[in-house]
Design a protein around this ligand. Structure first.
Ligand code: ADP
Length: 204
């Protein structure tokens, strides 16, 4: 069984992931996978350098993310080209990493779970939720961004209400990290039970 974990920037996806990992649950992070598929030596990086030219690489041969970002920010067609290259590769890599685990269930954490076809890879959706003020405060502290920068990122993301509507489970992350760990432990028990039931149904 795969549980999809999502939430807006600064809502606590990483914090929730850590809580699950403490309980021994495998977490695949779509953001990390997205970086892995363009690492040096990967076919995607070759394709990107072929398309945009070698100026898109740093002298060390790594992807120059800032340069790429400014190109796709200015040009919708280039953004589409890049997405059509990367999305299937990211999806494939996520599937292969999820297959490595043979635990009763795993977590797929992604900020774009509900906005891409990634939600089709999961059986259940867990949303980590906080009020926008908390999102802004925690993100500013973490990233050293201005309040305005964080607000514009939040505006570009899907709304809190949209994510709440899609959720099977919601964690309200307004308490301490200890309280969060406790909530995750409760969910963990529930997911273990659900995954057992699912297996039984599967064998019937
Ligand atoms: P996301 O991965 O959703 O962007 P994070 O898990 O990185 O969010 O959380 C954003 C910031 O808030 C991090 O610095 C994290 O340590 C902090 N944080 C998360 N949950 C809590 C909490 N319950 N109490 C205090 N700080 C928290």
């Amino acid at each position: 069984m795969i549980i999809g974990l999502t939430g807006g920037i600064g809502s606590g996806k990483s914090a929730v992931s850590k809580c699950f990992e403490k309980l021994g649950v495998q977490v695949v992070d779509a953001d990390i996978v997205a970086r892995e598929v363009v690492e040096t030596g990967r076919p995607a990086l070759k394709a990107i350098a072929g398309h945009f030219g070698h100026d898109i690489l740093t002298p060390e041969g790594q992807l120059n993310r800032a340069a790429l970002r400014s190109i796709i920010f200015a040009d919708e067609n280039q953004r589409k080209w890049l997405e059509s290259l990367l999305h299937p590769l990211i999806r494939e890599e996520i599937i292969s990493q999820l297959k490595e685990g043979n635990a009763p269930y795993s977590i797929l954490s992604s900020p774009l779970l509900l906005e891409t076809d990634q939600h089709t890879m999961v059986e259940r959706i867990l949303v980590v939720d906080v009020p926008i003020e908390t999102q802004i405060e925690r993100t500013c502290q973490r990233d050293n961004n201005s309040k305005e920068q964080v607000e514009s990122i939040i505006k570009a993301q899907s709304s809190r209400e949209f994510k709440q509507q899609k959720a099977d489970d919601i964690i309200l992350n307004t308490g301490t990290i200890e309280a969060l760990q406790k909530e995750v432990s409760t969910l963990h028990q529930r997911y273990l039970e659900l995954s057992q039931n699912e297996q039984k149904n599967h064998h019937r």
